[in-house]
Design a protein around this ligand. Structure first.
Ligand SMILES: Nc1ncnc2c1ncn2[C@@H]1O[C@H](COP(=O)(O)OP(=O)(O)OP(=O)(O)O)[C@@H](O)[C@H]1O
Length: 352
């Protein structure tokens, strides 16, 4: 593992910001730290950077314990949302900054800066000041500045937060491409699921100072291991009592069940429905056009379930009574989450 955190504890007064945090990151990976506000993402990033010190536990980078190594000696580049560019320095000088501090000779600085200016696609703008750039361009410069001294590890804290939606989208793909091209191990903090899913090779889910789960976006989506991850990650609807829905195995200690939109099939009463006998009746409360699909909100056994319907299918209208068939659901028992398949599918199961 290139970056390793072992049993990290960090307290601010009475608040446990990191509670037994352990994980390992392989070299060259792009990792997203995702969790609600206050769950301890930035604290983790700042401890790796050397800007905060853990109360206990060990941080290793490339096999070496770095707990006592100052931030400036850790070989890390930062791109922080509020780590603004130096306003009175040009793009060129901003990017050159770290190299000047390291007393790199002028010629080497010039060639490295211009190499980075090309990399970020801002050739011709190197004499501009930050105020003469767009938000997206400024963030690219911040990225180049962080990369200039050739860090082995890049840390990004909400790097897209201050940028408007359209540009943010472009920057995400741009960043992912850059990082995979350069092969620099990177960790970014976000509270935006879509961003984490789209950008990260692997996601670490944080909640109240601890790590809930780590895995690829699809692993976490398909196999959430904890109650928190199942409800936090992806779109879900809650079933108060899943046993009202037929043909699911009964389990003890289940507090609630949750379903994702693709776990349900909504059919009109006159539509041919293979599993009609195991379906529940529901009433459509809302339909929303989402571009290439329709979102339906259907009231079933008192629960409001969100489902998707293809534009190609016959439209369903508000107030209509429909059949709702559940292929599968997640049940939450204590801190754990289990996937239950509808037993009527057992002979010819269709898995996601
Ligand atoms: N320097 C500090 N002094 C006191 N409390 C702090 C300090 N830094 C962070 N905290 C507290 O620790 C907790 C975790 O903060 P952290 O910034 O790591 O969370 P986060 O997941 O990054 O949240 P956000 O998404 O809102 O930035 C919060 O409750 C925060 O108020």
């Amino acid at each position: 593992m290139y970056v390793e955190l072992n049993h990290i504890q960090k307290r601010y007064g009475n608040y446990q910001a990191s509670d037994d945090v352990s994980f390992g990151i392989e070299k060259g990976k792009l990792i997203g730290l995702l969790g609600p506000s206050g769950s301890g993402k930035t604290t983790i990033l700042r401890m790796i950077a050397g800007l905060e010190h853990p109360d206990s536990g060990e941080i290793r980078i490339d096999g070496k314990v770095v707990n006592d190594i100052p931030a400036s000696k850790r070989g890390i580049g930062f791109v922080f949302q509020n780590y603004a560019l130096f306003r009175y320095m040009t793009v060129y000088d901003n990017i050159a900054f770290g190299l000047k501090i390291q007393k790199v000779d002028r010629k080497t600085i010039a060639s490295r800066v211009m190499e980075l200016v090309d990399l970020i696609g801002l050739r011709g703008l190197e004499r501009r000041y930050p105020s003469q750039l767009s938000g997206g361009q400024r963030q690219r410069v911040a990225f180049a500045r962080a990369l200039a001294p050739n860090p082995q590890l890049l840390l990004l804290d909400e790097p897209f937060a201050a940028i408007d939606a359209k540009v943010r989208q472009e920057l995400r793909s741009w960043l992912k491409e850059m990082i995979s091209k350069l092969g620099v191990t990177s960790i970014f903090v976000t509270h935006d699921q879509d961003e984490a899913i789209e950008v990260a090779d692997e996601i670490i889910i944080t909640n109240r100072g601890h790590i809930e789960q780590m895995g690829t976006p699809i692993e976490i989506y398909r196999h959430p291991q904890t109650a928190f991850t199942a409800s936090f990650f992806g779109q879900t609807s809650v079933l108060a009592d899943y046993q009202k829905y037929h043909t699911f195995q009964r389990m003890d200690g289940v507090e609630k069940a949750i379903v994702r939109p693709e776990f349900l099939k909504i059919t009109r009463k006159n539509e041919v429905q293979k599993y009609g006998s195991s379906a529940s009746k529901g009433v459509v409360e809302r339909t929303s056009f989402r571009g290439d699909w329709i979102e339906l909100a259907v009231r079933v056994h008192g629960d409001l379930l969100i489902a998707k319907r293809d534009l190609e299918e016959e439209p369903i209208t508000v107030g209509e009574t429909v059949d709702v068939f559940l292929y599968r659901l997640f049940v939450i028992a204590g801190e754990k989450c289990y996937l239950l398949e509808n037993q009527s599918l057992q002979d010819d199961s269709v898995f996601i």
